[in-house]
Design a protein around this ligand. Structure first.
Ligand SMILES: Cc1cc2nc3c(=O)[nH]c(=O)nc-3n(C[C@H](O)[C@H](O)[C@H](O)COP(=O)(O)OP(=O)(O)OC[C@H]3O[C@@H](n4cnc5c(N)ncnc54)[C@H](O)[C@@H]3O)c2cc1C
Length: 501
């Protein structure tokens, strides 16, 4: 069968904003020129499918049937692209063979974990192969002496949490979506609710095995607690959204599991007051495990979604705070200091959740905020991060944007990190109106984020949907260097084309 070439992504995508013209993108800057190939990808032939089946086994190659649809979008649903084949490799060797073959044939390859991403990162906008890691799902080793867990990329976050916690360890990153894979978390540099105390995924990765598009396998970092040995290539792959290589194994940092946690639910008369209380909490010298904020509407949505009552809904805005430590005395004194700081900052009350059930009620609701907002509706999101002291201004501005564009906007997020999740919600707005209003709302929100010294994404990544905003937000010099990096690792541009840079 002959090789067909394709030049444009438009037949595969139905995104609201296709960012620029597809083709070879040329970047000049910092003295040199880097090319990113975005054209001439091959369609898969019968022969290609047979080769993929030879590499992985026929049971691990999906190339027809309704299940393909599941791999044509992620959780945000707005970016679409149908794969020509989905492969489920089970070993690093298989990943290497797939990539080597795809490079030789110039077939686009999109890595994918659970597909819970929120910006189209795992969507094959150029068709080709989706390389799904969900069958590489072994926890290879828990090393008690080095305090590390070595895992395959398809291990789910919830499986890792449960496994290490039973052994008395904490894997600290705690993004809301627990069915995400560790490979996805690493590639989006996922944040989550414990980032304020324990950092984001990047801070908890010690080593990676990565397969380059050429099929070459790199071992980067390891079980070492520190590393100043040359440039950190490992860190280049963290947060690279599957555009530089495929992560096939990770060595993760473990901590002793704190024995006690205690949660506070702090109602305020306004969101501004709630947000302004955060620096006061931090100035107590105590670093809580989590400081999240939410307005009452989002809490009502979570109540409806979960069919469970939230412990308190009488106030317009809330801070949800969790502390951890090793004794009742330790967490109690933290709670008292934080409670006092909140009351001084104008809190209506400070409610303490000291039993597992009460804490669960609060954090289950927090975990359901996004699903509750999305439930039965179309939404798009902005995950901008601003300096902590500017977050209240951004939240206030969302109300202005809502009035100016006539769309409903809800937000919640990581108050302790300055990372706001803003959801623009369609409700019953007709198609053409929705696209116009959504684009206007997004443009205004990102402009404001930039004015407040913010960055386009705090934790969900750029993927396909946020490229336009990242290309505006970062300096031409930065973008030029990113494109050169991409060209070094992936000279043919076959790996996750159309994403990030
Ligand atoms: C309800 C809900 C709540 C969420 N809460 C949070 C939150 O609190 N914090 C947060 O940060 N995110 C959150 N997310 C977003 C999402 O869960 C994360 O982005 C997660 O890291 C994606 O993991 P995944 O396995 O689903 O990856 P996918 O969506 O499949 O892929 C994400 C990106 O990683 C790449 N990729 C995946 N695996 C590999 C690999 N092995 N090698 C190379 N590239 C790879 C893909 O190409 C893609 O670019 C939430 C999502 C939902 C739906």
């Amino acid at each position: 069968m002959g090789i067909e070439k394709r030049n444009v992504a438009s037949t595969y995508c139905e995104l609201h904003c296709v960012h620029g013209t597809w083709g070879t993108r040329e970047t000049s800057g910092a003295g040199a020129v880097a090319h990113i190939q975005l054209e001439g990808f091959s369609h898969l032939s019968e022969e290609d499918i047979r080769e993929l089946e030879r590499i992985c086994g026929p049971e691990d190659v999906l190339c027809s049937g309704p299940l393909l649809e599941d791999y044509s979008h992620d959780e945000m649903l707005r970016v679409r692209g149908v794969p020509e084949a989905v492969v489920f490799p089970e070993t690093t060797g298989e990943v290497s063979s797939i990539l080597r073959y795809a490079s030789a044939r110039k077939i686009a390859v999109t890595p994918r974990g659970s597909g819970t991403g929120l910006c189209g990162g795992a969507v094959p906008v150029f068709g080709g192969i989706v390389l799904c890691t969900t069958k590489m799902n072994k926890i290879i080793e828990i090393d008690r002496e080095n305090l590390t867990a070595t895992v395959e990329p398809g291990v789910l976050l919830l499986t890792l949490h449960e496994t290490v916690e039973k052994l008395g360890f904490l894997y600290a990153p705690d993004p809301g979506e627990k069915t995400a894979t560790i490979g996805g978390n690493i590639n989006t540099n996922a944040g989550g609710m414990r980032a304020i105390k324990y950092g984001v995924t990047r801070d908890n990765v010690r080593g990676l095995e990565v397969v380059l598009p050429s099929g070459e396998i790199l071992e980067l970092g390891g079980k070492h607690a520190k590393n100043s040995t040359g440039y950190s290539l490992m860190n280049a792959f963290i947060g690279s959204e599957g555009t530089l290589g495929v992560v096939t194994r990770a060595v993760l940092k473990l901590l002793p599991l704190p024995r006690r946690t205690l949660s506070l639910l702090v109602p305020f008369d306004s969101l501004g007051e709630a947000i302004r209380a955060v620096p006061k909490v931090l100035s107590t010298g105590i670093l809580p495990q989590s400081i999240e904020f939410a307005e009452r509407n989002v809490i009502f949505a979570a109540e409806r979604y979960l069919g469970k009552k939230f412990p308190h809904t009488g106030a317009p805005s809330y801070l949800l705070i969790r502390v951890d430590g090793n004794s009742v005395g330790e967490v109690t004194s933290m709670m008292e200091a934080i409670g006092d700081a909140c009351l001084e900052a104008g809190a209506i009350d400070v409610l303490i959740a000291d039993t597992q059930e009460r804490q669960k009620a609060i954090w289950d609701a927090r975990g359901a905020f996004l699903a509750a907002i999305k439930s039965g509706n179309q939404v798009d999101e902005c995950d901008v991060v601003v300096p902590r002291d500017r977050i209240a201004e951004l939240v206030e501005y969302t109300k202005i944007v809502s009035e100016r564009t006539g769309v409903r906007i809800e937000s919640f997020g990581h108050a302790g990190d300055g990372n706001l999740h803003i959801y623009v919600i369609r409700d019953s707005i007709p198609d053409d109106e929705w696209e116009k209003r959504l684009e206007k709302a997004m443009d205004l929100l990102y402009e404001k984020g930039e004015e407040l010294g913010g960055l386009v994404s705090g934790e969900h990544g750029i993927g396909y949907a946020k490229r336009k905003y990242m290309l505006k937000n970062l300096s031409p010099g930065e973008i030029a260097i990113m494109r050169k990096m991409k060209a070094i690792f992936d000279p043919q541009g076959i790996l996750n084309p159309g994403k990030v840079v």
